[in-house]
Design a protein around this ligand. Structure first.
Ligand code: RIB
Ligand code: CA
Length: 375
């Protein structure tokens, strides 16, 4: 299995994306002029929904993110690509189909993704998401079937058919994206943007070092962060602040909208499980919706351009996302018998990382959208 080398071209491509923004920084504003221009362009483009693919491991918080997408006029969901993660693919695949049936959107194609990480055994999070991945809540078996293509094939076909138009909301382990990039190394440059729920600069949630999505498949995360794609990282640093209250769960449950009501059932079951287990301090954290929320409305988060590397060899830290704010990108001290120490890499930002969130405003946005209330 060929190694995916640290692609300098990829780094340069990725950095060029960010450097361009910085290069035209407009001293008169806090935003680089290029970014202001992009924002203005996006604002114009917002008349037309922005096209997205959701790569996901549903997953109770994935369910909220998928429902949010289906209740947001700013986006058009072109496909959903399930991957093994929170629960095995045998559950994430039918769960994706179920969620679309609940929303009456079986027109959206679903393609089966990877059933295991690139190099590791699958570690799941059924203790949080329930054995069926939806908090144990039983929904009817889906009638609709997945498409014949695999997730990497569908991602490649849709992106290649519309270069620069599709964005990806990646809210599970990054195995599907890594496989697509390995099959088509030019693909990252054809993707408009990738918003990733994953990683953390402030400690993990499945080990002290690693966040679950990057923990499950560190090698896939390394491929994606080194690919040169325009990445926004929405990590635990901000998603830990997105806690649903009992009242907000009640608003979902009492929603007349089948999407809101289904979300309420899943959140109620998850809240009960979280309180039984004492996980996350008994708080109902919902990580994934913010990856989509910050794509729809960037002002929900504060971003900083960083260089992100993924730890892949640690006995205790594999999956850790290491953020460099400035040069040098220094690696661990070399072994005594190592060849000459690897040259330190120059500082090239490869991700915009969310460091703060307007949690209350985002949660209100989420609940309003899922309960069809006008905000
Ligand atoms: O660490 C949180 C992430 O892991 C979320 O995407 C959740 O769904 C799980 O996949
Ligand atoms: Ca997820």
């Amino acid at each position: 299995m060929e190694e995916f080398n640290l692609s300098r071209r990829g780094l340069l491509l990725g950095a060029a994306g960010f450097a361009a923004d910085a290069a035209f920084a407009d001293p008169g504003t806090s935003r680089p002029a290029a970014e202001s221009a992009i924002t203005a362009a996006d604002a114009g483009a917002r008349a037309a929904p922005r096209r997205i693919i959701i790569d996901t491991d549903p997953g109770v918080d994935d369910a909220l993110a998928i429902f949010l997408a289906l209740r947001s006029p700013e986006v058009k969901v072109e496909a959903i690509t399930p991957v093994a993660g929170n629960v095995p693919l045998d559950f994430t695949l039918p769960n994706a189909l179920r969620l679309l049936e609940i929303a009456g959107r079986t027109d959206i194609p679903v393609a089966a993704g990877a059933s295991r990480p690139l190099k590791r055994r699958l570690v799941t999070a059924a203790h949080v998401h329930g054995n069926n991945g939806l908090g144990g809540v039983e929904f009817p078996l889906p009638k609709v079937k997945p498409v014949a293509e695999t997730a990497p094939q569908l991602i490649r076909r849709l992106v290649r058919a519309s270069p620069g138009e599709l964005s990806i909301i990646a809210i599970g382990p990054l195995t599907n994206l890594a496989l697509a990039f390995r099959a088509d190394p030019q693909l990252p440059s054809q993707i408009r943007s990738i918003h990733i729920m994953g990683g953390s600069l402030s400690g993990g949630n499945i080990t002290p070092a690693a966040e679950f999505n990057s923990y499950v498949d560190p090698e896939a995360a390394q491929i994606v962060y080194r690919s040169g794609a325009r990445i926004t990282m929405i990590g635990l640093d901000v998603t830990r602040k997105v806690v649903l209250s009992e009242a907000q769960v009640g608003m979902l449950e009492s929603s007349a909208d089948p999407v809101g009501h289904a979300a309420g059932r899943i959140m109620r079951a998850t809240l009960a499980q979280i309180r039984r287990s004492g996980l996350e301090g008994g708080q109902l954290l919902v990580h994934d919706p913010l990856a989509l929320g910050s794509f729809i409305e960037p002002s929900f988060v504060r971003l900083q351009d960083l260089h992100i590397e993924i730890e892949t060899t640690g006995e205790l830290t594999a999956g850790e996302t290491v953020g460099y704010r400035k040069a040098p990108i220094r690696r661990s001290a070399p072994w005594v018998d190592a060849p000459d120490a690897a040259a330190e890499l120059p500082f090239l930002a490869n991700a915009r990382v969310a460091l703060d969130v307007d949690s209350e405003r985002f949660r209100s946005f989420l609940i309003d959208r899922l309960t069809h209330r006008s905000s």
